[in-house]
Structures are given as C-alpha cells and as structure tokens.
Design a protein around this ligand. Structure first.
Ligand SMILES: [Zn+2]
Length: 454
C-alpha cells in the first residue's frame, strides 16, 4: 500500500515537473513579449496624457472613455461599463504662511473649505494622539491649528507598514482635533522622502465634533516649521484651503471579458483603479495597475492556447475616495462564480511577488510555482493582503491576490504631484504585467481554485 502511495505521489510530482518545462517556455514568452513590445507602458503614456483622474472629475470621465475605447480594440468577447455613484469634490486655492514664509500645503480629500479669507491662528504641534489628548485636556488646543508631525517610520522594510502605522493622523486627525476646539488640522505628509511636495489622501469627519479643514504640509515644510515653533510657539499661521463639495455624480467601472474555453462560468478578475488623486496623473497610483491588468489580458489573449476560465479585466472607479466602484462591482456580480481576483495597486515598480488572501492549503499549492518566478526576481508568495478593490468580494470563495512590487520609492510619489508618467520605468512596469499574466496562466492551467469550486 505504501509502495502504491509512493508510486502515485511520484507520478503526480513527475507530472507536475514534466509540465514545468513547458511552463518555463510559456513564461519566457510572456516576459519576452511584454519587455519587447512594452504595450502596458504605451497605454500608460496615453492614460497619463489625460491628466489627473479624481473620481467625479472631467479627467475621470475621459479615462472611462479611454478604457472603453482601448479595450474595445482588443480581442475581448465583451466590453461594458457599470454605472457607479461617486463624490464630486473640487480643490481650490491653497496657501500656508508662517512668519511670512510660504509652506507647501495641500487639502486632504473631502476637507471642508476654510473661509475665503483663510484662518489665522497659532499652531500647536503634537507628535501623536496621546499628546493631543493631554494638551487638549489642558485647554492648549482650543482656537489653534493642530499640526501632527508624525513621520513615516524609516525602520520598516516594507514601506506599506510605515504607511499603515502613520495614516491614522491623516484619516482622523481633523476629527480628533475638533474635539478640543481646534480650528484646522495639518498632518506631515505621508512620505519616506524629505521634499517639498505635499501628499493628499482621504480623511473622515466620522465622530467629528465640528467639521474643520484638514491639510498636509510637505515633509520639508514640516521639519522646518517644527524646528521654528520651538522658538516661536505663539506665532500665528495663515492657512487657506479652499474646496467645494458638489455632492454625488455618476461615473463608471470599465470591464472587459474573454470567455473561458472549458469553464466559462468561472471568473478570474484582474484589476486596478482608474481614478487617481487630483495633484498629478496617478501614473503609479493606479495607472500602473490598470495597464498591468490590460497588459496581462493582452498577453494571455495572444497565446494560441485559450484560458480554461473567463478572464475579466476590471478598471474600478473611485478606490481613493470611498471604494464606490469596487462596492458596486461586488453588488452587481453577486451571482457570478468568482474563483480568482488579482489586483495591482502598489505601483509600477519592479515586482517582488504576490500576496494572497486564501487558505493555507491553497497558498501552499500556489507556492509550488515560486521556482518558476525566481529567474525573474520574484520570490515573495505571502499570506494576507490582496487589495482594497478585490477585497470587496471576499465573501465569494475566490482566491484574492495582489501584485507586490518593490515598495522603497512608492511613498515618494504616492498621492503627490510627483506621481507622473516620467516616474515609471518601462521595464519595471512590463515585468509586473508579465508576472500577473504568468500567475493567472499557472493558476488556471493547474486548476488552483478553492476546494468546493473544483
Ligand atoms: Zn491606489
């Protein structure tokens, strides 16, 4: 019996490794095609030429048209839009001055406007919420502008961990400061780099006593101000952050599908978000994810051998400002049989691997592919953490995955005016495209789906 078991196991492993030779060839072809033709990079240039794509803006509407037209020119079986309601918030004039010196500042997304004439008030610097609470209880916050000078911690190897640690000050700093009578709130920009570009991002007024304006100072301005406040703690700052909230408007997810040859009812999603922040073209965040997804589909559709399962590209609208597109997608596809959903929303840098939200048995099966990726520099096959958009279908019994590019430079440009096409390297971007195509090919070929889907 034992011998028989070993024999079966050998056949299974033998079969698996016999396949690997042709898998290596398929992968080589995918990377070659991506690196030589650079189709994703060309598309990214077109997308970035539209300009910023904040949900609800004209740029976002143009991007929807571009996505639809571009994917209509590809050999998909169907290309369509899903209507999504999104916020429409527009930034106005922005200015901060302290002792006559201008400071680089930007409003956080969704911030209420300062009065037309701005606010003039002393600044109280706090390093964290504990310090806010103790100064607030002493009455030291009332009538002042709270300045959270909490840096992204440099000791984290993966900068996303530093971001997760620091983002609470951007997200709820204004709401917390308003509890103690602050008139406005500023955060140190979430960046690993010291430069003069402020970084925006969403904030919330949930549980806020009063809605006060929220902004971000550049890291350079934060360091400069922090140093001078030691000598002049009572000196007032002039702050103007104008914005207009136009309520809700209509936008779209852009979707394209190539039906599977064997199991067309089983859906594999690959996606990124089409919206960006309004300070730049959103080349890394998340233009890269959109063209990674389109590019991976392009590579897979060029092969003679069709995929067994349906491949669905989803360009989600409004990840940045409330995940509206992903929520709408989840609602409209609740009867679809999703088996896999892969997201790229961590930039267009050199890929290091993937992370998956799945069970340990399935992860172990996927990890068997790791040797195939090593020649291309991908080694990470970790558990937990796919992406904000695909996690909206986490109840669907599908494997969720996220591309993991190198993160060291991501927060230099994230949500800032520096997130432009020129900041993306063509080869690094294309390596991401080919890697996504390769993992989809392997998961589909070896039927890696969660148990009851088999
Ligand atoms: Zn993003």
């Amino acid at each position: 019996m034992k011998i028989l078991q070993s024999f079966i196991l050998c056949c299974f492993l033998g079969g698996m490794y016999a396949q690997s030779a042709s898998d290596r060839e398929v992968m080589r072809d995918l990377y070659t095609e991506a690196l030589e033709k650079q189709q994703s990079y060309r598309w990214l240039e077109e997308l970035c030429a539209i300009g910023p794509r904040l949900a609800g803006s004209d740029g976002a509407a143009e991007a929807v048209k571009w996505g639809l037209a571009t994917m209509n020119n590809m050999p998909f079986d169907t290309v369509y839009l899903q209507e999504v309601e999104v916020p429409h918030w527009v930034r106005g004039r922005e200015e901060a001055q302290w002792k006559g010196f201008p400071l680089a500042v930007t409003a956080l997304g969704g911030s209420v406007s300062t009065p037309v004439d701005g606010i003039t008030a002393p600044v109280v610097q706090v390093n964290d919420f504990d310090e806010l609470d103790s100064l607030g209880e002493l009455g030291e916050v009332e009538g002042k502008i709270v300045f959270y000078n909490y840096p992204m911690k440099q000791h984290y190897i993966k900068t996303f961990h530093a971001y997760s640690d620091a983002v609470k000050y951007r997200w709820m700093g204004a709401a917390r400061a308003s509890e103690y009578g602050a008139v406005a709130s500023l955060v140190r920009s979430l960046s690993n780099r010291i430069d003069d570009f402020p970084h925006t991002g969403t904030m919330t007024y949930k549980d806020a006593a009063v809605e006060i304006p929220g902004g971000a100072l550049s890291t350079m301005a934060s360091e400069w101000l922090s140093e001078r406040l030691k000598q002049h703690p009572d000196e007032p700052m002039f702050l103007r952050l104008e914005s207009t909230d136009y309520g809700r408007t209509v936008s779209h997810n852009v979707i394209a599908e190539r039906y599977g040859a064997e199991y067309p009812e089983q859906v594999m999603v690959v996606g990124g978000h089409l919206d960006s922040w309004d300070l730049a073209d959103g080349a890394h965040d998340d233009g890269a994810g959109c063209v990674h997804s389109m590019g991976a589909a392009h590579l897979l559709m060029q092969r003679d051998e069709p995929l067994k399962r349906t491949l669905r590209v989803v360009l989600y609208m409004n990840e940045e400002f409330g995940l509206d597109g992903a929520r709408k997608y989840a609602e409209l596809t609740k009867d679809d049989k999703h088996v896999l959903a892969i997201e790229s929303d961590a930039g267009g840098y050199i890929p290091r691997g993937f992370s998956f939200d799945t069970d340990t048995t399935t992860l172990e099966r996927i990890r068997k592919f790791q040797p195939l990726f090593l020649p291309y520099g991908l080694f990470e096959f970790t558990n937990q953490g796919s992406g904000a958009d695909v996690s909206q279908i986490q109840d669907r019994h599908a494997i969720l995955g996220g591309l993991r590019p190198e993160s060291q430079r991501y927060f230099d440009v994230h949500h800032a005016a520096t997130d432009v096409f020129a900041a993306v390297n063509a080869r690094e971007l294309e390596m991401g495209t080919a890697s996504i195509a390769a993992i989809i090919y392997l998961i589909d070929t070896y039927d890696i789906t969660l148990p009851r889907e088999k």
